[in-house]
Design a protein around this ligand. Structure first.
Ligand SMILES: C[S@@+](CC[C@H](N)C(=O)[O-])C[C@H]1O[C@@H](n2cnc3c(N)ncnc32)[C@H](O)[C@@H]1O
Length: 558
C-alpha cells in the first residue's frame, strides 16, 4: 500500500474505481499514457505499426491469437469486474461477445480530452453514470461521475478501458429535475472531491438507489457521521524550493492537504468535510495549521489520521455506576476528542457497550447506525417467524473476522458462550480489552488471532444446532477453506455482513451450493437464504453494507 491513503471512503477498503491514473498531459500539453493504459497502448500500437501490419499480413490467424493474448483477464470481483458486469448488462452479452471476438474491446473510439454529448442510461454499482456512446460509435459505454439517469450531459474523456471509457462531467445540459436538486448539496467540494457521489439527491432517493442493489435501512445521521477521515498531502519540499513561502505567511495555493480529486491521484485542498463528525472538523483547522508551520520537515508525503474518540476517564473516575439514569447522563455528557496518532487508543460507545481499539485499526466509521445494525443482526439470529419456531434458541456465538469484537461484544448478553477470531493481533488485543471493559467473563468470551477458518477447530464443544456464526470479512470476501469448514460445522444460523455485495453474493452462492451437495450426499438439513438487507453506513456515497441471513432448515421447509 502506498503511503498516501485514499479519500474518506468506507475504509473496509477502497471503493472508488478510478484509482488508476488517467491519461495525463506532459508540460508541453502532449497526452501521455500511464501504467494501466500500457496494455491498450500495446494493442493499439500493434495494430498500427508497420511491423504489426506485416505480421498481420503473414498470418492473420497467428496475429488474432496474439491479439487475444494481449487482452488481460479481469480479476473476478475486482472493481474492474464490477464495471465490466454493468457494461455487459447495458450493451448486452451479444455485443460484448462480438467485440471480444473481433478483438476490438480495447479499441476505444475516443481520444484523450474528446468532448461528447451523452444521455445517461443508468447508474453503476459504484454510483457513476453509465451512458451508451451514440451511433456511429461502436457499442461502448462512458462512465461519468455526478450524473443521473435520463440526464443529457457533456463529458470529457480522460481514460479508455475495455468497452468503456471514463470521463469528467463538463456540463449537465438537461438535468433530471425529478431527482437532482443542487440546493441539497452540503459541501463546497462536491463535484470535485472523490468522497461523495450523491449529495444532489434526497436521502430517500439515495436509499432507493441503494435498494436497487439491496433493500436498505437508512442511517440516523446523514451528514457529520464519519468518525474517521484520512486527509493526505505530498511532500512540499520541491515546491518550497521553487516558489518559497508566501511573504504574508499564508498557506501557499500549491500546497494541498485533503482528499483526491475524483478520478485522479491529485490531492485537493480540503478545509472541512461535512460527512465527518463536528469533532473531526473542529480539529482539522489546527492540524492543517500545524503542518503548515513545519512544512520544511516533510520529506515525504503523509497520510493523516483523524479519528473521533470519547475521552478516556482516569482510573478513579472509571468505576461503572449501577444506576441506569446515571449511565444515561454520563453517555450524554461524554466528551469527544480527535485522536491523530495511529497507535493512540480510541474509546467508542455502541449502545450500552464500550469499545477500546487502536486508532489505526479497523472499526466501522458510522457510529450512528451501529445500534440498528447490531440489533438487526441479533433479531435475525433470534427470529420470531413461525418457520424457525421449532429450532432451538442459539446459545453460542462465533464471530468470524471479528475485528475489535463489535458483534461479539454487543450481542454477548444473548449468549452463554461467545468466541471471535481475527487476523489482526492488535484488534484481538482490543477485543479482549473491550470485553474486560464491559465486565464480560474471560471464560465465556474468548478472542483469538488467526485465519478465520482456524476457528472451527476450537469450537468442537459448541452445540451446532444452538450456534450462530457471524461472518464479516474484508471486501474480497471469505474463501473456500472457510466456507468448507462452515458447511461441515453446520451452525443453525449464519449471518454474513459485508461491504461488498458482489463478493458476498459469490460466497453466499458457494455456501448454498455446497450445503445442498452435502445434504444430497448425507441427508439432513440445508442452508437457505432467508433475507438480504442493506444498511446505509455511508450516506451521500454509493456504498452500502449488506447483511445476508442463512438458516439451516429441512428442505421440505425450504
Ligand atoms: C470488515 S472488517 C470487520 C470487523 C468487525 N466485524 C467489525 O465490524 O468491526 C474485516 C476484518 O477481517 C479481518 N480479516 C481479514 N482477513 C482475515 C482472515 N483471513 N481471517 C480472519 N480475519 C481476517 C480484518 O483484519 C478485519 O478486521
Amino acid at each position: 500500500m502506498s503511503e498516501i491513503h485514499p479519500p474518506p471512503t468506507p475504509d473496509k477498503d477502497a471503493v472508488h474505481i478510478a484509482k488508476k491514473p488517467r491519461l495525463e498531459e506532459t508540460e508541453s500539453g502532449e497526452a501521455i499514457v500511464q501504467a494501466d493504459e500500457a496494455v491498450q497502448e500495446d494493442a493499439l500500437a500493434a495494430s498500427s505499426s508497420t511491423a504489426a501490419k506485416q505480421a498481420k499480413a503473414k498470418s492473420a490467424k497467428k496475429s488474432n491469437k496474439k491479439k487475444k493474448q494481449k487482452v488481460p483477464l479481469i480479476e473476478p470481483y475486482s472493481n474492474e469486474d464490477v464495471i465490466f458486469q454493468d457494461v455487459k448488462a447495458l450493451l448486452g452479452e451479444e455485443a460484448v461477445l462480438k467485440a471480444q471476438e473481433a478483438g476490438s474491446e480495447l479499441k476505444a473510439p475516443f481520444e484523450f480530452k474528446q468532448e461528447l454529448e451523452l444521455v445517461v442510461s443508468a447508474l453503476s454499482s459504484n454510483g457513476e453514470s453509465l451512458s451508451i456512446a451514440p451511433a456511429p460509435y461502436p457499442p461502448w459505454v462512458v462512465l461519468t461521475p455526478f450524473a443521473l439517469p435520463g440526464e443529457k450531459i457533456r463529458v470529457k474523456i480522460y481514460r479508455n478501458a475495455r468497452l468503456w471509457s471514463h470521463a469528467d462531467l463538463v456540463e449537465v445540459i438537461e438535468p433530471n429535475t425529478e431527482l437532482r436538486d443542487m440546493d441539497r448539496i452540503g459541501c463546497k467540494y462536491f463535484g470535485k472531491c472523490a468522497g461523495c457521489q450523491f449529495q444532489m439527491l434526497s436521502y430517500d432517493t439515495q436509499l432507493d438507489l441503494k435498494r436497487n442493489v439491496v433493500s436498505t435501512i437508512g442511517s440516523p445521521l446523514q451528514y457529520g457521521y464519519r468518525t474517521k477521515i484520512t486527509p493526505h498531502f505530498e511532500s512540499p519540499l520541491r515546491d518550497l524550493k521553487k516558489h518559497g513561502r508566501p511573504a504574508d505567511g499564508s498557506k501557499p495555493d500549491w500546497f494541498k492537504i485533503g482528499f483526491n480529486v475524483i478520478g485522479t491521484r491529485n490531492t485537493m485542498d480540503i478545509e472541512e468535510c461535512p460527512i465527518a463528525t463536528p469533532t473531526l472538523n473542529k480539529a482539522l483547522g489546527p492540524i492543517r495549521e500545524g503542518i503548515l508551520e513545519k512544512m520544511e520537515t516533510y520529506k515525504r508525503g503523509v497520510s493523516l489520521l483523524l479519528r473521533e474518540s470519547l475521552e478516556i476517564p482516569t482510573e478513579s473516575s472509571a468505576t461503572p455506576s449501577q444506576d441506569e439514569a446515571m449511565d444515561a447522563l454520563v453517555e450524554e455528557t461524554e466528551k469527544k476528542l480527535c485522536v491523530t496518532d495511529h497507535r493512540g487508543t480510541i474509546r467508542e460507545r455502541v449502545g450500552d457497550k464500550l469499545f477500546e481499539y487502536t486508532a489505526g485499526s479497523f472499526f466501522q466509521n458510522n457510529n450512528s447506525v451501529l445500534v440498528p445494525l447490531t440489533d438487526y443482526v441479533r433479531d435475525c439470529i433470534f427470529p420470531t417467524a413461525p418457520a424457525s419456531i421449532d429450532t432451538p434458541r442459539p446459545t453460542h456465538l462465533v464471530d468470524a473476522y471479528c475485528g475489535s469484537g463489535l458483534f461479539a461484544i454487543t450481542l454477548s448478553p444473548h449468549f452463554s458462550r461467545v468466541t471471535g477470531i481475527e487476523l489482526s493481533t492488535d484488534s484481538i488485543k482490543s477485543a479482549n480489552i473491550s470485553a474486560k471493559l464491559n465486565n464480560l467473563s474471560p471464560e465465556q468470551h474468548t478472542f483469538m488471532s488467526g485465519d478465520a477458518s482456524d476457528i472451527f477447530a476450537t469450537v468442537t464443544s459448541f452445540p451446532r444446532a444452538e450456534t450462530a456464526v457471524i461472518i464479516d470479512p474484508p471486501r474480497k470476501g471469505s474463501d473456500e477453506k472457510f466456507i468448507d469448514q462452515l458447511i461441515e460445522f453446520g451452525a443453525a444460523v449464519v449471518v454474513y455482513v459485508s461491504c461488498n455485495v458482489h463478493t458476498q453474493a459469490r460466497d453466499v452462492g458457494m455456501i448454498l451450493k455446497k450445503s445442498q451437495a452435502k445434504r444430497e450426499k448425507e441427508g439432513g438439513k440445508e442452508y437457505t437464504l432467508e433475507t438480504v438487507r442493506g444498511f446505509d453506513l455511508f450516506p451521500q456515497t454509493a456504498h452500502v453494507e449488506s447483511v445476508a441471513v442463512l438458516r439451516l432448515v429441512n428442505v421440505e421447509h425450504a
